[in-house]
Design a protein around this ligand. Sequence first.
Ligand code: IMP
Ligand code: MG
Length: 164
Amino acid sequence: MSEDTIQQRIRELADHINADYRERNPLFIAILNGSFMFAADLFKNLDAAVEISFIKVASYEQFSSTGNVSNLIGLTEPLHNRDVVILEDIIDTGITMEKILEIIKDLDPASIEIVTLLQKPEALKVELNIKYCGFEIPNKFVVGYGLDYDGLGRNFKEILQLKD
Ligand code: IMP
Ligand code: MG
């Protein structure tokens, strides 16, 4: 996926979000590390009274990848009555997002929506209402534009599929 393709789609997503949140003051909660590039580029195209906070997901076990979210590190803003938009790089099984939603719902926001740059519909294992999705992609591992393989590849401007 080229840089142009990504940036064009991000502008379209931003148009939708701008229209939906025109008179509101949404708080975007971006999930680090992967979402940092997407967050920056999307945010530059938003024109409502938007705020952003970056958080990290802590796991019970250090080396297990998904499904054992124990805590959201860095979430200091009160979410009560806020319009929250959770911002992710990619939703694979959706289990990470499901756990994040559980924790955020407990903090009593006025609304919660999800924006993700990428989604793998074939891999999804839980029911998620993903309001804003950049691209649906096949169930293959991708790197670049913030996404890593073993820590590498986040710096690429494009999104590339790993060789099988
Ligand atoms: P899920 O809980 O299965 O939805 O996994 C979500 C997390 O797994 C994402 O936030 C990424 O960190 C990672 N992930 C899933 N698929 C990919 C991929 O294709 N490339 C890089 N990271 C991925
Ligand atoms: Mg991630």
